[in-house]
Ligand binder design. Sequence first.
Ligand code: TYM
Length: 342
Amino acid sequence: MSETTSRPRVLSGMQPSGNSLHLGNYLGALVNWVKTQHDYQTLFFIPDMHAITVAQDPAQLRERTRKTAAQYIAGGIDVDKSILFVQSHVPEHAQLAWVLNCITGFGEASRMTQFKDKSAKGGAEAASVGLFTYPVLMAADILLYRPQGVPVGDDQRQHVELARDLAKRFNHRFGETFTVPEAFIQKEGARIYDLQNPTAKMSKSASGPNGLINLMDDPKVTAKRIKSAVTDADTVIAHDRENKPGVTNLLEILSTLTEKPIQSLVADYEGKMYGHLKADVSEAVVARIEPIRSRTLELLDDPGELDRLLAQGAAKARGIAAETLADVYAKVGFLPPMGTVV
Ligand code: TYM
C-alpha cells in the first residue's frame, strides 16, 4: 500500500537504547504495531534523538539503531506497508519540538513521571535538559504526522496525553493544525513485569538482567530466566496482581502469546505446580521469539540493505513531515525564506 493512502494513520517508536528489545516492548507495542498494518497507514521509527537524552557510546548507538530496525522487520513490520525510518534522518522532528517547547509550561513538563523516575535514579543535577524536554520531542514525533492513533504500552500513556494537550493548545491559539491523537493501548500485554521483581515493569534500565526476557538472547538464557522467575510461597496458580504478582505476570505473558483467556488458563492449571506453568511459558516465549532472533541476525548481515530501507523510509516520512512543519511555521508567524510562497 502506498504512503499516499487516505487510511487513518498510526505512528510509534522504540528507543535504540539496548542491544535487544525485551518482551515488554514486543508484547506491549510491536505485536500491536504489526496488527495495525492491516487497517492503517503506519509509520514506525527509531527515536535515536531520544536515546541521547542519557549518555550513549556513539559507535554503539549506530549499531543499536540498525539492530532495532532489524528487530522491527523481523517482528513483522513490513517495509512495503509501513514507513520505517530513523528519527534523526528527519530534521523536522527537532524543528517542531522547538515550537512545541515554546507552548509547554515548565510546570507541565515537570510533572512527567518518567522524567521524575529517571532523574531520581541519577540525581536531578545530573539529568540533562534533553531528558527534561523529552516528552515535548515525543509530542513533535507524533504531531508531525497527524496520526489518529499511537500504539504504545501503558507506561507511555502520560506522554501521549501531553501530545494531545499540546495539539489542542496549538490548534486553539493558531487555528486547526494538528490531529488530536489517541493512545492505542491493548489490554493484553500493556504492562509486562520484571521476572525478578514482578511489581516493577520489565525495563532495560532494571537493576539486574535476570528479570528481563530479551528478543536477542540465547533461548537457553531465556528458559533459565523464566525457570528462576520469582513467584511466591503458595502453590496455587491464580490471577491476583496484588497477592501473586509473579504468577500473575507469567499467566499474562502466556495468555497474550497463546491468545487464551486468563480464566481458561487458570482452570487448566488447577492442581498443577508452578513448574508446569513456567515450562509452558518458557516454551511459548522461545517458540515466538526464536524466529525473530534468527531473522534479525540475518538482516544484520547486510547493513547496507538495512540502511537503504531506512533511507527510503526517511524520504517518505519527510514528505509528510515537511508539509506539517511548513504549516506550523506559517501559523506561528515565521517569515518564509525568500522564494517561498505562502
Ligand atoms: P520505550 O523505548 O521505552 O518503549 C517502547 C515501547 O514498549 C512499551 N513498553 C512496554 N510495554 C509493556 N510492558 C513493558 N514492561 C514495557 N516496556 C516498554 C512502551 O510503552 C513503548 O510503547 N518514549 C518512547 C519512545 C518514543 C515514542 C515516540 C513512542 C519516542 N517518540 C512517539 C510513540 C510515539 C519510549 O521511550 O518507549
